[in-house]
Design a protein around this ligand. Structure first.
Ligand code: ATP
Ligand code: MG
Length: 142
């Protein structure tokens, strides 16, 4: 996937700013793949995107289910955490296609584990730790 911009995030407030701004640009059918190590802030970024969509519910990791739905924002948000998926085909069993093409926005944590089943229009953000505490590097394909 071709990286078209690299953004240096200095602290969590900048993650918040990035997420709120990104949410404004999202449209129905968008699929956002978040790829990065434990604790790089995939859930944090998702929660700021949710906030930007006007979702008032608190977003946390969908621990017991692979996907959690939020319906009280400008667009429905389908928040996936596929960390526990062993076979990408499991995505079909949970009806992922209905989410991908379901008129909302999908945000997928650990998307590298299911990359082969993601739609062609998927937008990727690769998240890396920066040098200083709180720093993150976002590499985006959009
Ligand atoms: N710039 C930043 N952006 C996001 N989170 C940050 C940043 N700086 C520090 N943090 C902290 O890092 C932690 C990120 O945790 P979070 O659960 O969002 O990571 P994650 O990538 O979803 O982890 P997991 O792989 O377990 O799902 C939070 O405690 C958050 O406060
Ligand atoms: Mg997480």
């Amino acid at each position: 996937m071709e990286i078209v911009r690299t953004i240096k995030i200095k602290n969590e407030q900048e993650t918040e700013k990035f997420g709120l701004k990104l949410a404004k640009d999202l449209k129905a059918g968008d699929v956002l793949a978040l790829i990065g190590d434990l604790g790089t802030g995939k859930t944090a970024l998702t929660s700021y995107i949710a906030q930007g969509l006007g979702i008032s519910q608190r977003v946390n990791s969908p621990t017991f289910t692979i996907v959690k739905e939020y319906h009280d924002g400008r667009l429905p948000l389908y928040h996936f955490d596929v960390y526990r998926i062993i076979d990408p085909e499991e995505m079909f069993n949970i009806g992922a296609d209905e989410y991908f093409f379901g008129g909302g926005v999908c945000v997928i944590e650990w998307a590298d584990l299911v990359e082969e089943v993601l739609p062609e229009n998927t937008k990727y953000i690769y998240i890396e730790y920066g040098k200083k505490e709180g720093e993150r590097i976002y590499k985006c394909t959009f």
